[in-house]
Design a binder for this molecule. Structure first.
Ligand SMILES: Cc1cc2nc3c(=O)[nH]c(=O)nc-3n(C[C@H](O)[C@H](O)[C@H](O)COP(=O)(O)O)c2cc1C
Length: 187
């Protein structure tokens, strides 16, 4: 995607589940992260940080997912665990957007979480603007002690999103459903 109309970038972005190499390289990724980091941020707290997972670290993240799964569901089958283990391998790069929540007299945690969500969305948009595909994934893995320890999250940090990045494949996504705009005009 390229072009001069920022609204065209917003309107044409779609979640892309099928992602292959190449993903953004380190300089490209830095550009995307810097763009995403311009998200609105009450009080300039920058209540978020990034963890970039690529190369062998994707497999290691998958191991931590599997360990968390085994702990949560002791009866889980080997087949299910194998599936869990490969989840981070669905893209060449995964960026973990982490909300870093601090007590502040004016800026509550809801606002800080909102800022982190803006960063996550900004990252998907920046990726799209540079021709990469992105998929914002969540799930319970990021809430588990095993995965949190693997990522080195502190008690005041939480996973806002796993942003999978890569080259989109599998053809264009289906058209966006034509849903009514939920807007109330007060005049
Ligand atoms: C907070 C959040 C969490 C999401 N988690 C997932 C997820 O776990 N799995 C998934 O397939 N998509 C996830 N998505 C992406 C949505 O499914 C996707 O945005 C939605 O289907 C609309 O598609 P579009 O982005 O192409 O418009 C998430 C999006 C947000 C904002």
């Amino acid at each position: 995607m390229s072009g001069d109309d920022p609204l065209a970038v917003l309107r044409s972005r779609r979640s892309r589940a099928a992602l292959v190499a190449p993903g953004p390289d380190r300089p490209q990724l830095r550009e995307l992260l810097e763009a995403a980091a311009t998200a609105p941020d009450h009080g300039r707290l920058r209540p978020w940080r990034f963890i970039v997972v690529d190369g062998p670290a994707l497999g290691q993240l998958g191991e931590s997912f599997a360990a968390a799964h085994a702990e949560r569901e002791p009866g889980v089958t080997a087949t299910q665990l194998a599936r869990t283990r490969t989840k981070p391998l669905r893209a060449p790069v995964v960026v973990v957007v982490v909300a870093v929540l601090r007590d502040h007299p004016k800026v509550g945690w809801a606002e800080q979480r909102a800022s982190a969500a803006c960063v996550a969305h900004g990252l998907t948009l920046a990726a799209h603007a540079r021709g990469f595909g992105a998929m914002w994934r969540t799930g319970w893995y990021g809430e588990t002690a095993k995965v949190r320890a693997h990522l080195g999250l502190l008690d005041n940090e939480e996973v806002t999103g796993w942003i999978y990045l890569g080259t989109p494949t599998g053809g264009p996504p289906p058209p966006r459903p034509d849903t009514p705009l939920p807007v109330t005009w007060l005049d």
